[in-house]
Design a protein around this ligand. Structure first.
Ligand code: PAF
Length: 293
C-alpha cells in the first residue's frame, strides 16, 4: 500500500540524521515528528543486515529512529560486553545513507538512570535455546527493548530474523505489556557464501571465517531433507549435526527443530517449524536458523 509516509519521506537518503543522547532530547524531537514512526533498535557496528532494517523502516514510516546502545544487561560475561565491536562514526554514516532521521545513542546512565531497578522477564518462549545457553540474556534484551519502546512509542519496530528467538521474545513482551509497537521481522542477510551477517563475524580468524559457512550449509541440508519429505525431527537434527561434524573448527552448542511459534522441540514436523543452531568458532559464538513450512 502506498501511504503518505512512503510518498513523502522526511529526509532524503544520504543526509545526516539528528543524533540525540538523552531521553529529554529524544522526547522533544519526537513530539514534532511525523507519524508513523519506525524504530530500529541496534547495538551498533552496523552491517548490511541493519541497513536492510533501516531501509524497510524508511519505506514504511514518515520518521525513522535508529537506536545505538550496547546493552550491558544482555551480556553474560563482562569480557563479551567489553569486546563487542564499536564504531559510532561509521554507524552514523550508514544511518544517514539509509535515510534514518534520528539516531538515539545514549550513554548507559540515560537508559538505566541511578536507582534503576526493574527487569522485564519473559516466560516460556525465552527459556529454551538461547535462553538456556545464555542465562539472563533475554531478561536484558526484554528490559532494554521495553525501555526503548516506551521512550520512542513507534508504530512499528524492525528486528532481524537471524535472532529468531529474540523476535518471539520481544513480540511476547510488547503484546503482554501493551506497549503499542508492532514487531516486524526482516529476512536474514547473508554473505555470498551463506554466512549470516553478524556483528560478531569480525572476531573470526581467517580460518574460522572460512569454516563458518558450514552453519548455513548444515541448515540447508536439513531443509533439503525436509523438502524431500522427511518429517521426523530427529532425522533433520541428525542431518544438520552430520554436516557440522565435518567441520573441525565448529564446536556445536545446540541443534534444534522446534515449533516455529513456541520453540518446543518437535518429534514430527507437522506444523511450521524452525531449524536453528549455535556453534563456537574459537571464542566467537554464532547462531543461525532456517524456517520450515
Ligand atoms: O539484536 C540486537 O542488536 C539487540 O539484542 C537489541 C535488540 C538492540 C537489544 O539490545
Amino acid at each position: 500500500m502506498t501511504t503518505a509516509a512512503t510518498r513523502l519521506p522526511r529526509v532524503d537518503r544520504g543526509s545526516s540524521p539528528q543524533v540525540v543522547r538523552t531521553r529529554a532530547e529524544l522526547r522533544a524531537l519526537l513530539a514534532a515528528a511525523p507519524r508513523p514512526l519506525g524504530l530500529v533498535p541496534t547495538m551498533g557496528w552496523l552491517h548490511a543486515g541493519h541497513a536492510s532494517l533501516i531501509r524497510r523502516a524508511r519505506d514504511e514510516s514518515a520518521t525513522v529512529v535508529v537506536t545505538i546502545f550496547v546493552n550491558p544487561r544482555q551480556f553474560g560475561e563482562a569480557a563479551d560486553y567489553t569486546r563487542y565491536p564499536r564504531n559510532e562514526a561509521r554507524d552514523l554514516e550508514m544511518c544517514g545513507a539509509e535515510g534514518a532521521d534520528i539516531v538515539f545513542a545514549p550513554p548507559a546512565e540515560e537508559v538505566y538512570p541511578p536507582g534503576y531497578d526493574t527487569t522485564v522477564h519473559v516466560g516460556a518462549i525465552a527459556e529454551p535455546l538461547e535462553g538456556a545457553a545464555r542465562p539472563g540474556h533475554f531478561d536484558g534484551v526484554a528490559t532494554v527493548v521495553a525501555i526503548l519502546f516506551s521512550l520512542v512509542r513507534a508504530e512499528r519496530a524492525y528486528f532481524g530474523q537471524k535472532d529468531a528467538q529474540q523476535v518471539l521474545v520481544v513480540r511476547r513482551m510488547a503484546t503482554d505489556l501493551a506497549l503499542g509497537t508492532e514487531v516486524a521481522a526482516c529476512p536474514i542477510v547473508r554473505e555470498p557464501d551463506g554466512l549470516a551477517l553478524s556483528s560478531r563475524n569480525v572476531h573470526l580468524s581467517a580460518a574460522e571465517r572460512a569454516a563458518a559457512p558450514v552453519l548455513h550449509r548444515a541448515l540447508a541440508a536439513g531443509a533439503a531433507l525436509h523438502g524431500a519429505g522427511e518429517r521426523d525431527a530427529t532425522a533433520l537434527r541428525d542431518e544438520i549435526r552430520r554436516v557440522l561434524a565435518a567441520e573441525p573448527l565448529a564446536r556445536v552448542e545446540y541443534v534444534s527443530c522446534a515449533d516455529a511459534a513456541t520453540l518446543e522441540e518437535l518429534r514430527t514436523v507437522d506444523r511450521p517449524a524452525l531449524l536453528s543452531l549455535a556453534a563456537r568458532f574459537g571464542a566467537t559464538r554464532l547462531i543461525d536458523n532456517q524456517p520450515l513450512g
